[in-house]
Structure formats: structure tokens, C-alpha cells
Ligand binder design. Structure first.
Ligand code: F6P
Length: 364
């Protein structure tokens, strides 16, 4: 019997359960494969007592439509920086990857599928270089991995953001207001850009194009006539003005390495008021509403394809790879290639050109 372990790591994302289900369903067609799931990313094997669950068809029944991950996840710590509490109450990050690999051998794990974003795939790559039989599956609502045309979860997030723009339009028009919708997007503005086009927004601010406040003010004024009018601005949380500062704060959570983004919407509101915009400005922050709930049909299909492909790679012993979507195929790329560069919005792309053609202002 061969034993495959599935891990979901990093921030959650709609479609994770569809990947788990696809791996289990495909594996169950083979006589000699057993699937186990590690609880809360790699913590299930890093911590004592060990927490893993047997994943069979009954365990994955009905999870296709569920958001989140039945295995749990974390974006703190990991095998290369595991938080250990010192006697004086401080924390030290310890590399216990060798210990973890030995434990996996002891547990009879023949292969690991790690479903996660760039941070998780960096862990996959480092574990592969230490000899672990590992395969990556890309996930992130931000769609910022360059090896794949799309990551699952992204379309769901765009759908949620677009529906939010639709809702803001009616209230903004009724009150002659400016609405700023802050959406996720750490380094890449894919969610903001797609939601702005699909929702018919007037301004779209993304991390790839630093904005000039006067250009945005000009666009706003063009949307008003004798005080009547409204304006919808979609801004990605990782955006910065032309003075170059991202908005957020360092996290005090143990093992959390990301800068905690958030607040660009409020900063933009103040900047517009300081620039002399007199219309009423309101800010809505979409936050984790974009990451929760049931995945769209598109994301369920993509996640299922990724799950089946990842199992095929495990069965073939083709490790150190990440599955990816390159239209029309699901392919395998090396983890090294997968992590080479982020997938950012190119200001010269046809999508940006489309937005500009529709009159959307980027501010830069
Ligand atoms: O990477 C996806 C993402 O949704 C980013 O857009 C966001 O900055 C981050 O995760 C927030 O993650 P969390 O709140 O889980 O720390």
C-alpha cells in the first residue's frame, strides 16, 4: 500500500475542498493507494500528538461546494520556522524540517501534495531539495502565480467583488456619493481590475500602477454635474500612491511574516478630501468575505483538474513539480520555475487597455 498525504497551507481559498475531493476520488480508483490529510497545514505532523485523518470517499462526500478546507490551514510558522516558546516567554523560530521528514518516513508517507500559495510552494521546494517526494498545487484568490493562467479561488473572489460593486452603485447613485471599495490583492491587482471592469467602476487602483491623487480627483469631478452624480472606486489593498507607501501594519502574531495590509481605502478618502473633493465619500472594505463561501462552478472545475493531475504526478513518481493551467491543458512545471516571478498585471496588457477603453481611470 502506498500512502499519500494531503496538506492545505497558507490562507484559505474557495476550491480547496474540491482539490482534496478530487485527489481522494482519483486515488480510490487505484487498489494500492491510501490518502491521509494533515491537519492545519504541516502542524499535524510538526506538533505532538500527531493529527492526521484518513481521507476516503465517505470523508469527502459533499465537500465540493464547501468553502474553506476540511483539513484546516495556517499561514504562520511551518517546518522551516516553527515557533518554539522560550522559558522567558519569548519565541524562537526553529528549523525542524529534517525532524519532520524523518517523522513522515516513520509514518510510511510515500508522497505529499501541498496545496498552497507562493509561501507554501517555497516550503514545497525546500522540502523537495531535502529529498521529500512532494508535489505542489497552486491556490490563491490573488491569482499571482505566474506558472498558471489562473489559480482556483480567484474567479470566486472576482464574482464576490463584482456583486459588491453592483450593490454600491445603487446606493451611491441614490445619495450622489463616492464609494471606495477596498478589495484584496497584496502585490497583484487582478481582483480589483476584473471587478472594476465587470462592475462598471469609474476608477481602479492597483499595486502595479501607483496613483496620482489629482488624476483621480479629475475623474471624480467629471462624474458630477451641479452636485449630482456618483463615482465608484475599486482599490486593491496593496496599492500605493506615487509617493510609494503601502498601507497596513506589521503583525504581532507569532510566526506571521506578512505585512498586514489594510486601510488604503481610508487613506484614499483623506487624500481626496485634502485635495479638495467635497462630495460625500464612503469606504467599504470587503476583506475576508472574498475568501469565504462556496466556490463558483469555474473554480470547482479548475480545482478538480488540479487534484486529479496532482494524483497522476504522485502515481508516476514525478515529484518536485507544481500543477498549473496553461490553456487548454493542465501541465506540470518544476517548483523552481513556478516560483521564479509573480504574476502581476502588466500596465500594457489588453485587460488594462480594455479598462481604459471603457473610461476607467487608474490614476497613473
Ligand atoms: O494571499 C491572499 C490574501 O487574501 C491577500 O490578498 C491578503 O493580503 C492576505 O491573503 C491576507 O491573509 P490573512 O488575513 O489570512 O493573513
Amino acid at each position: 500500500m502506498k500512502r499519500l498525504m494531503v496538506v492545505t497551507g497558507g490562507g484559505d481559498c474557495p476550491g480547496l475542498n474540491a482539490v482534496i475531493r478530487a485527489i481522494v476520488k482519483r486515488a480510490s480508483q487505484e487498489k494500492d493507494w491510501e490518502v491521509v490529510g494533515c491537519i492545519e497545514s504541516f502542524n499535524g505532523v510538526l506538533k505532538e500528538p500527531t493529527e492526521v485523518v484518513i481521507l476516503d470517499n465517505s470523508k469527502v462526500s459533499g465537500i465540493l461546494v464547501q468553502g474553506g478546507t476540511i483539513l484546516g490551514t495556517t499561514n504562520k510558522g511551518g517546518p522551516f520556522a516553527f515557533p518554539v516558546k522560550n522559558a522567558n516567554g519569548t519565541w524562537t523560530m526553529v528549523d525542524i524540517s529534517d525532524q519532520m521528514i524523518r517523522k513522515l518516513q516513520y509514518m510510511g508517507i510515500d508522497a505529499v501534495i501541498n496545496v498552497g500559495g507562493d509561501g507554501s510552494q517555497r516550503i514545497s521546494k525546500a522540502l523537495f531539495e531535502k529529498g521529500l517526494n512532494i508535489i505542489g498545487v497552486p491556490k490563491t484568490i490573488d491569482n499571482d502565480l505566474s506558472a498558471t493562467d489562473f489559480t482556483f479561488g480567484f474567479q470566486t473572489a472576482v464574482q464576490i467583488a463584482t456583486e459588491s460593486v453592483d450593490k454600491l452603485v445603487t446606493t451611491a447613485a441614490s445619495h450622489n456619493r463616492i464609494f471606495i471599495l477596498e478589495v484584496m490583492g497584496r502585490d497583484a491587482g487582478w481582483i480589483a481590475l476584473n471587478a472594476a471592469i465587470a462592475g462598471g467602476a469609474d476608477v481602479c487602483i492597483i499595486p502595479e500602477i501607483p496613483y496620482n491623487i489629482d488624476r483621480i480627483k479629475e475623474k471624480i469631478e467629471s462624474r458630477y454635474n451641479k452636485g449630482r452624480g456618483f463615482c465608484i472606486i475599486v482599490v486593491a489593498e496593496g496599492s500605493k500612491n506615487d509617493k510609494g507607501k503601502k498601507v497596513g501594519h506589521a503583525s504581532s502574531e507569532i510566526g506571521y511574516r506578512n505585512f498586514k495590509l489594510g486601510g488604503i481605502g481610508q487613506v484614499l478618502k483623506l487624500e481626496l478630501e485634502e485635495a479638495g473633493v467635497e462630495h460625500d465619500i464612503r469606504v467599504s472594505v470587503l476583506g475576508h468575505l472574498q475568501r469565504g463561501g462556496t466556490p463558483t462552478a469555474y473554480d470547482r472545475v479548475l480545482a478538480s483538474e488540479f487534484g486529479v493531475k496532482a494524483f497522476e504526478l504522485a502515481k508516476a513518481g514525478d515529484f518536485g513539480k507544481m500543477v498549473a493551467y496553461k490553456h487548454p491543458d493542465i501541465i506540470a512545471v518544476t517548483l523552481e520555475e513556478a516560483l521564479k516571478e509573480p504574476h502581476l498585471v502588466s500596465p500594457d496588457s489588453f485587460l488594462v487597455q480594455t479598462a481604459k477603453g471603457l473610461g476607467i481611470e487608474f490614476g497613473g
